[in-house]
Design a protein around this ligand. Structure first.
Ligand SMILES: NC(=O)c1ccc[n+]([C@@H]2O[C@H](COP(=O)([O-])OP(=O)(O)OC[C@H]3O[C@@H](n4cnc5c(N)ncnc54)[C@H](O)[C@@H]3O)[C@@H](O)[C@H]2O)c1
Length: 342
């Protein structure tokens, strides 16, 4: 077996977009701990509460190696102007890598606002690639999604599957991002690594995602909406595996364009997920059965052979453990929220 080509680079200056969000804030925790200088570009998109994102980054704000640029990726002039300003940290220097996580996320909402998704996810990505090219920033990591597979018939999905058939506007913007990355790699010499995340969960999870949304409703004694017959399945991935995959991709140098699945290679049914939530939250769920939603995927399932081989990726956290950690975090977050409103 070939050894993964991912020796950890010495800390440099990472430009992270979407660093106030769920995954980005966890990534930045680790980068700062390891001595990186970090510039976080985030516009606090109103898809979910700004106060939640402010809590995610509270511990970063006073760190001398951290700066927050509150700019919108859609505005090329504002973005490029802000990025041109030097970071105050003495050793920061030029950006050594871009980790592009910012996006309008959420499948269902993309059906209501397809243009908004195109603007943030495609035009925003284009604006960032232009900046990377103009400033010769060599390494560009892109948060793609399992949703690009859409109706792809072979399971578990593999990066060699080329019949990608997205079925919602969000997914099509992620596929467009991967394709733009190919252009910049093939034609302009950028190293572009697209990472297809499979339903990420754990502490700080976005409030629109099923585990978080259901948990809040269950704890409030309210019914949870289940679409269709409840037979859908997800390949859930704990956030720490995603962050490890991003860190490995930041160090990857064996080729100039790659796509990797970051998943778990194990699916869990929706009704089983609800049962497990009942256990960790110690509360019974009441189900509000609803019609199947257009644009939703029935099943997601990752083949992770390539990611294991080339990035040294390993799944370390089983679903029950990850869910328990999420439940502990949520109880604490609810206590914090109730103190604020009291
Ligand atoms: N969480 C998942 O299960 C999952 C699965 C697949 C892919 N992804 C992708 O991973 C990335 C991170 O996801 P997340 O769950 O942390 O989402 P998140 O919404 O918590 O974080 C995204 C961040 O991007 C920012 N943002 C949005 N539009 C912006 C714009 N125009 N300019 C600047 N900032 C902007 C938001 O304010 C937010 O803080 C996203 O690209 C998402 O599509 C996530």
């Amino acid at each position: 077996m070939t050894e993964p080509q991912t020796a950890r680079p010495s800390p440099g200056h990472a430009l992270v977009t979407g660093g106030a969000g769920f995954i980005g804030s966890h990534l930045i925790d680790g980068l700062l701990a390891d001595g990186w200088a970090v510039t976080n570009v985030d516009n606090f998109d109103p898809y979910y509460a700004e106060s939640t994102k402010r809590l995610n980054i509270a511990a970063h704000l006073d760190h001398p190696n951290y700066r927050l640029l509150q700019v919108d990726l859609r505005d090329a002039a504002a973005l490029h102007g802000a990025l041109d300003q030097p970071h105050a940290a003495a050793h920061a220097g030029a950006y050594s890598v871009i980790v592009h996580l910012a996006a309008k996320a959420g499948v269902r909402n993309s059906l209501l606002d397809p243009l908004g998704y195109q603007m943030s996810n495609v035009i925003g990505t284009q604006n960032l690639l232009t900046y990377a090219h103009n400033h010769k920033i060599r390494q560009f990591i892109f948060a793609s999604s399992s949703s690009v597979y859409g109706d792809c018939p072979r399971l578990p999905w593999s990066e060699t599957d080329l019949d990608l058939l997205p079925i919602n506007p969000y997914a099509s913007t992620k596929l467009a991002g991967e394709q733009l990355g190919y252009v910049y790699s093939r034609t302009f010499g950028l190293r572009f690594i697209g990472l297809r995340f499979f339903t990420v969960y754990g502490e700080r999870q976005r409030p629109d995602l099923a585990i978080h949304k259901f948990s809040r409703l269950m704890l409030a004694g309210k019914p949870i909406p289940v679409y269709g017959d409840g037979s859908s399945e997800r390949d859930f991935t704990y956030w720490d595996e995603i962050v490890s995959g991003i860190r490995a991709a930041m160090a990857y140098s064996a080729s100039d364009y790659e796509i990797f699945n970051l998943g778990n290679n194990r699916t869990i049914g929706l009704l089983d997920t609800i049962r497990k939530l009942e256990e960790v939250l110690d509360v019974k769920a009441r189900i509000d059965w609803q019609d199947w939603q257009p644009g939703e995927m029935r099943r997601t399932w990752a083949n992770i052979d390539k990611t294991q081989r080339l990035l040294g990726y390993q799944v370390k956290t089983d679903f029950d453990t990850g869910l328990r950690r999420f439940a502990v975090w949520l109880q604490e977050r609810l206590r914090l929220e109730s103190r604020k409103t009291a």
